[in-house]
Design a protein around this ligand. Sequence first.
Ligand SMILES: NC(=O)c1ccc[n+]([C@@H]2O[C@H](COP(=O)([O-])OP(=O)(O)OC[C@H]3O[C@@H](n4cnc5c(N)ncnc54)[C@H](O)[C@@H]3O)[C@@H](O)[C@H]2O)c1
Length: 460
Amino acid sequence: MPFKHFSFKNIARDTFNQATESLLLTWKEIATLFGLKQDIYKNPLHKPLSRPVTAILIGAGNRGNIYADYALIHPDELNIIGVADENAVRNGRFARKHKVVASNRFYNWEDVFKRDKFADAVIIATPDPLHAPVCLQALDKGYDVLLEKPIGLTEEECRQIHEKAKTTGRIVGVCHVLRYSPYFRQLKEIIASQTIGDIVSVQHMEPIGFSHMAHSYVRGNWHNSKATSPIILAKSCHDTDILRWLINEPIEDLQCYGSLSHFIYENAPAGSTERCTDGCAVEGTCPFSALQIYYRDRKRLYVFDLPERKKNWDYIILKKLKTTDYGRCVYRMDNDQPDHLTVNMRFAKNITAVFSMEGLTSYEGRCTRIMGTKGDIVGNMETYTITDFRTGQQTSWSLKTDFHGGGDHRLVQDWIQAVGHQNAAILSSTIDVSVVSHLMAFAAERSRLNHSIEEIKLNK
Ligand SMILES: NC(=O)c1ccc[n+]([C@@H]2O[C@H](COP(=O)([O-])OP(=O)(O)OC[C@H]3O[C@@H](n4cnc5c(N)ncnc54)[C@H](O)[C@@H]3O)[C@@H](O)[C@H]2O)c1
């Protein structure tokens, strides 16, 4: 369906009545059309801060830097005054970037909590197994927390943090960044307004992308579910969270199917070798070639901590491919994460949802189809189209953003406000509402492994 660009004020009533027209509108225009709130990005609870919130970053890797960068853009809101990272290169780079004094630099997270509390909050962006232990100590020390997902590796850890946040009265914001993206915020608003009537069912898909799949879940940090967390938790707790948030009804039960089909030893092509650099006979035609991804295309290089000067990059990247997992053949790893899975869910009021995570796609992002009693919505994170059943009128929205739909810094902004004014209600992804997405993910993994239908019990 070709989109037409209209300026809302110029849209004549006749235009709406042409059932075949499709309108590409801004959010303000969509809101005016359907009588919705125009200012959904202005949180009315936001108020000026008397001083910037001070924070310590624990884990100065990829995610930690994304959140902390907010302080460089908005120094009047956030000041990062401490860092803990065991990686000396990252620790040093981060300290220089944020002007962290030597006495506030730590190489192990535990050392942060040996000191008296010296900031308002901590941002926890360490690897998955180091979320719950760090968070529990931070709360005991009286810090507010911004916690990367997953909250914990087990239901028990998640419940412990939830309980500790309640008993200490501290704020824990969970990095369910999709809740803060314009795409999902607008879908939430449209659904809540009954524009498409009552929700009957939802189909939601997370295409990971073949190269991202190979990088993170076959070769990279999350390739082994036992060492980190199952992919349904590590990658898709965002999606269990978004589905529950959009549907806004309690989840009752679910079942999950999924397996690791492609990235297994049996599929290793004849002539392939342990590493792509070992003279593999099919390297030139393999879509997962490490030489192609990292060396020739220069993609996803942040994992290598390359020097700022690019002079020796060729040599260093090749060395990394010869010595780290990132150079290993995708068919010869010790990986166990499924490369595809589906989850069937039943919510209260007989609303059903199906989620599918797909590792083998040429595209990334999220795709959503929401079926209501008066209309439906079809979207893919960058665009969505609402169709009114009665008139056939289609209304579309479009915005190019990053893979998190622009949610990362919007989350940080709300979290700073929540901490600065000591008001957790400013946050969408508090620990209270986030735990259930994890219970759904744990249940899905149990279902996948045991071929069972799992009930979701919020209280033990
Ligand atoms: N919210 C999201 O959308 C999203 C996206 C990607 C990753 N994540 C999560 O964010 C977390 C971090 O992921 P990442 O990609 O930034 O990983 P990363 O490896 O780039 O960063 C983790 C950092 O923690 C440091 N670290 C490890 N052990 C430590 C210790 N004992 N003390 C101090 N520092 C230590 C590492 O050196 C590393 O720099 C993971 O849990 C991941 O699942 C969330």
